[in-house]
Design a protein around this ligand. Structure first.
Ligand SMILES: *Cc1c(COP(=O)(O)O)cnc(C)c1O
Length: 376
């Protein structure tokens, strides 16, 4: 069996043609494709403003900064995520305050949020982890009761819905990310979406060196800015990928059901949970080993899968246990026990549009065999 990667982008003739047209036009930055991509995204999530940037991480930074979150402010967030959702708080000299996760959805446990709120709390930053929507209705209630900003990290959930509404539409601002392993890709890229005009304008200005959004001069800078701009080639590709998203969602749904079928008979293996009020635009397919497996055994299985040409990953090592966070903030084991338990048993399996039923069967067969072998 040929190597089965963990993820693989779906790039076709339409994307190639769109990028080639940009190259021929010679407008490689701040051109019409940027606007087209933004307008398509705003329409997709049903919000008035979308600002394309050069990564999901840049999008998070600008969103946090645009809300005036700064030194010694606290932002409540999840420890079970990709590092960027906590780092963006540190970029502003603010403090991430972690709250443990729900063991089913793997998202921030809304029942534990209010006890973590202090007079310094300015925002809640929730993540739709592995494309499963966070509990947005409960989050909206808590945020408005305590007058907090609500930030959505929807980097993994473009196309997922919660009670019929799209991820990215629930908070004061949300972000998407377009690295090649996400549902749609621009190479590198990200997007901010918001219902607030002032947040949109601040983000747009800061992404472009702090230039004024309207009637600004090229070499006049009205605030501290960054170069977080997305180039035209990426924007052109993103517009095509977003058009194709419904096709991608369908394919990924098919792959997820093949996995579900293939694991029907494996006792103890925990398959991804989907709340009945949600529909997923599948980002990854992450299974959990039974509780009696240790973290080392999980890592050994991942290594042995790799020896059989199947690339898997250990999404996620909890953020508070990352070496940098432990050293800088003194976090220790057992501070967020649900997150740590889950994080020690997860295996992300190969998952992408072009994965075949045969490949899924091969992955499942090998995982089942290795679980038996290592359990002995
Ligand atoms: C991918 C991802 C990001 C960051 O996106 P980049 O484009 O890689 O900067 C942020 N948050 C989450 C949860 C992600 O999965």
């Amino acid at each position: 069996m040929d190597n089965i990667p963990l993820a693989k982008p779906d790039i076709g003739e339409l994307e190639k043609r769109a990028v080639a047209l940009v190259l021929e036009s010679a407008t490689l930055g701040l051109g019409p494709k940027l606007k087209e991509f933004e307008d398509t995204m705003a329409k997709y999530v049903g919000l008035p403003y979308a600002i394309a940037v050069n990564s999901g991480t840049s999008a998070l930074h600008l969103l946090v900064r645009s809300m005036g979150i700064g030194k010694d402010d606290e932002v409540i967030t999840t420890p079970f995520s990709f590092i960027a959702s906590a780092n963006c708080i540190l970029y502003q000299q603010a403090r991430p305050v972690f709250v443990d996760i729900n063991p089913d959805t793997l998202n921030i446990d809304v029942a534990k949020i209010e006890e973590a709120i202090t007079p310094r709390t300015k925002a809640i930053l929730a993540v739709d982890v592995f494309s499963h929507p966070a509990d947005w209705e409960a989050l909206q209630v808590i945020a408005s009761r305590h007058k907090l900003w609500l930030i959505e990290d929807s980097a993994e959930s473009l196309g997922s819905t919660y009670r019929g509404k799209p991820c990215g539409s629930f908070g004061d601002g949300a972000i998407f990310a377009f690295y090649p392993n996400k549902q749609i890709t621009t190479g590198e890229g990200g997007m901010i979406v918001t219902r607030h005009k002032d947040i949109a304008e601040k983000c747009r200005s800061m992404a472009n060196q702090g230039r004024a959004v309207q009637d600004g001069k090229w070499l006049e800078h009205v605030q501290l800015g960054y170069n977080y701009r997305l180039d035209e080639m990426s924007a052109a590709m993103g517009a095509v990928q977003l058009e194709r998203l419904p096709e991608f969602i369908k394919k990924r749904n098919q792959v997820a059901s093949w996995y579900q079928e293939a694991f029907q008979d494996s006792k103890g293996l925990e398959l991804p949970f989907v709340d009945s009020q949600c529909s997923l635009s599948w980002f990854v397919y992450v299974v959990r080993l039974p509780k009696h497996f240790t973290c080392n055994q999980r890592d050994l299985i991942i290594q042995k899968m790799s020896e059989r040409s199947i690339r898997c990953s250990n999404y996620f090592l909890p953020i508070h246990l990352q070496p940098f966070y432990k050293e800088t903030f003194g976090y220790k084991e057992m501070m967020y026990p649900v997150c740590e338990d889950i994080g020690s048993r997860t295996i992300a399996l190969p998952f992408f549009n072009a994965l075949t039923k045969e490949q899924v069967a091969y992955v499942a067969e090998n995982l089942k065999a290795l679980m038996k072998e290592i359990e002995l």
